[in-house]
Design a binder for this molecule. Structure first.
Ligand code: PEP
Ligand code: MN
Length: 263
């Protein structure tokens, strides 16, 4: 169902007046984690001011260490919903557990499946039953075929609103957090009709690399970007080193307008 053989024309996912996979580049931006109302609304206002239409922010965080900040959970979802009310931005947030699908679907416009859960088939089967778009990140060590098969799980179960997100893969290179596979964009665009976005924040782990890799992603044909933005990256509870300041995010959005089909 995800393949070009099955459907030739590009899939466009429409939420209100926002189209993902159409002629515009859509930018999902915001903090790694929702930390507080002040941090979230400041991020949301900055992201909106710069021209993005979708706010990201984790309420349930998949952290490597069980002692690291795990997210504000339902409180975080409520803050995201409040930020949507104040700014009109759409909301994307991660779902890790089938038991929280209902509550996350209640608060959020797009549900994100993180890299660590790309092959959590039980989670995918449950998400296939809901009527909200799913942002499916590529697994840490997943091939393109495995990634498309994960999308197939969602579609086979009845959910055709799938957005793919390249976020870097594990290689022997340790200079960057992951190796961002830009070539995955044209490959997936050829194999599939689904929209493909790129997350250069997790893809590189370094904020200085986010701008050039965003440019490269759009040049390669990506339908959008996911970018971590924090009002004060040095104090972020999660992923500060890869987060852009509002000022740097504004510069990135100016690039995008120059390069592409944005807005
Ligand atoms: C995220 O986007 O918040 C995240 C945890 O990313 P990934 O699943 O790609 O590691
Ligand atoms: Mn993060």
């Amino acid at each position: 169902l995800a393949g070009r053989d099955f459907r030739q024309e590009d899939t466009v996912i429409t939420i209100g007046d926002v189209e993902i996979g159409g002629n515009q580049v859509q930018v999902f931006a915001g903090p790694c984690a929702v930390e507080s109302w002040e941090q979230l609304i400041e991020s949301a206002r900055a992201v909106k001011e710069a021209g993005a239409k979708i706010l990201r922010g984790g309420a349930f965080k998949p952290r490597t260490s069980p002692y690291a900040f795990q997210g504000l959970e339902e409180k975080g979802l409520q803050l995201l919903a409040k930020a949507r009310e104040e700014t009109g931005l759409l909301i994307t947030t991660e779902v890790m557990d089938p038991r929280s699908i209902e509550i996350i679907a209640h608060y959020s416009d797009i549900l994100q499946v993180g890299a660590r859960n790309m092959q959590n088939f039980f989670l995918l089967k449950e998400l296939a039953k809901i009527e909200k778009p799913i942002l499916l990140k590529r697994g840490l060590s997943s091939t393109i075929e495995e990634w498309l098969m994960a999308a197939e799980y969602l579609m086979a179960g009845g959910n055709n609103q799938v957005i793919l997100c390249e976020r870097g893969i594990r290689t022997f290179e340790t200079y960057t957090r992951n190796t961002l596979d830009i070539s995955a964009v044209p490959i997936v665009k050829q194999l599939s009709h689904l929209p493909v976005i790129v997350d250069p924040s997790h893809g590189t782990g370094k904020w200085q690399l986010v701008r050039p890799m965003s440019q490269a992603s759009i040049a390669a044909g990506a339908d959008g970007l996911m970018i971590e933005v924090h009002p004060n990256p040095s104090e972020a509870l999660c992923d500060g080193p890869q987060s852009l300041t509002p000022e740097n995010f504004t510069v990135l959005m100016e690039d995008m307008r120059k390069m592409a089909r944005i807005m």
